[in-house]
Design a protein around this ligand. Structure first.
Ligand code: NCD
Length: 314
């Protein structure tokens, strides 16, 4: 598979294949020398038209640990500022001879569109409200590492579902791997139609708290909201925030996740981020081997052989 645009393009088998590959790369991250020659001679451009910390850094590290050459493109300091179009920008980058483009953009559908303008592999690092497939993969990986399997797990995604590409990707990936997903949000932060979403819906976090294996907390994405969809942040915290008191009502064997950036004191209280049940830093750690797996899957020449860290042609 050349491009990674959406979880919708992946079957459960594809997901398992990528997670297995990520497990191989994760073992390499335990070694003193973390670099393998698998993508030597390949060039990857990180084209971020929207801000990012975790996703960008972990793609950068992932590409370097596979020995690829990495070029960073930041819209804010490029000719996009002078008015150059997206198409011209992509055709310019492609003309320099590259193998992969990792793209993040504020508009949904941009990664799909870009596949028409380049012969490089396109990896979606987040497009508008639409998809963030590598986030979903690293979250599945993290849950599989913790629980062994997602089969039958009760997962609630809580918060700003409407503006969340993480929610759209994760619902699809979690359910394909056998989990039961419930969306928990005020009505104003749920999509207008949930037709086709294989989920339950709940407007009170307190109603589901004690039943969950996983509470996945989402950020309130103010930059994506037009009119104010929330009465006040304080009101939101009262009804949906993961406070220490609510954390005590989560089961002892439940886990807490968040894609970052966390806005402490809004969707999650500072004390709870220290809770022993939080997997937030595991999510960040796993971002690197999962993105290595995705890059290798799109750009690698054959099968990965963990023993010598090289590749065998198939
Ligand atoms: C998310 C994103 O950008 O979609 N962050 C991330 O990639 N880890 C979620 C968010 O911004 O709230």
């Amino acid at each position: 598979m050349k491009h990674l645009l959406s979880i919708a393009d992946l079957s459960a088998d594809d997901l398992h294949h990528l997670l297995d590959l990520a497990a191989d790369f994760s073992q390499i991250q335990q070694r003193e020398i973390k670099k393998v020659p698998a993508l030597r001679g390949r060039t990857i451009v990180l084209a971020f038209f929207e801000d990012s910390t975790r996703t960008r850094l972990s793609f950068d590290l992932a590409a370097r640990r596979l020995s690829a050459d990495v070029v960073n493109f930041t819209a804010g300091s490029s000719s996009v500022k002078k008015g150059e179009s997206l198409r011209d920008t992509i055709e310019t980058i492609t003309a320099m001879g590259i193998d992969g483009i990792v793209v993040r953009h504020a508009s949904s559908g941009v990664p799909n569109q870009i596949t028409q303008w380049t012969d490089a592999a396109v990896i979606n690092a987040g497009d508008g409200w639409h998809q963030h497939p590598t986030q979903a993969l690293l979250d599945c990986y993290t849950l599989q590492q913790h629980f062994g399997s997602l089969e039958g797990k009760q997962i609630a995604l809580c918060g700003d579902i409407q503006h969340s590409r993480v929610a759209r990707s994760n619902v699809d990936a979690f359910t394909k791997l056998g989990a039961q997903v419930t969306l928990v949000a005020p009505r104003t932060l749920l999509p207008a139609s949930l037709e086709g979403w294989p989920v339950g819906v709940e407007t009170h976090l307190d109603h589901v708290l004690g039943d969950l294996d996983v509470l996945y907390v989402l950020r309130i994405q103010r930059e994506r909201m037009g009119d104010s969809l929330l009465p006040t942040v304080r009101e939101y915290r009262t009804q949906f925030g993961l406070t220490p008191e609510r954390a005590t009502r989560l089961r002892p064997d439940a886990v807490i996740m968040h894609p970052g950036p966390m806005i402490r004191g809004v969707e999650i209280d500072p004390e709870v981020t220290e809770d022993r049940r939080s997997l937030v830093l595991d999510q960040v750690t796993n971002g690197v081997p999962v993105r290595m797996a995705v890059l290798f899957n799109s750009l690698g020449p054959g099968q990965f052989t963990p023993v010598d860290g090289g590749v065998s042609e198939q």
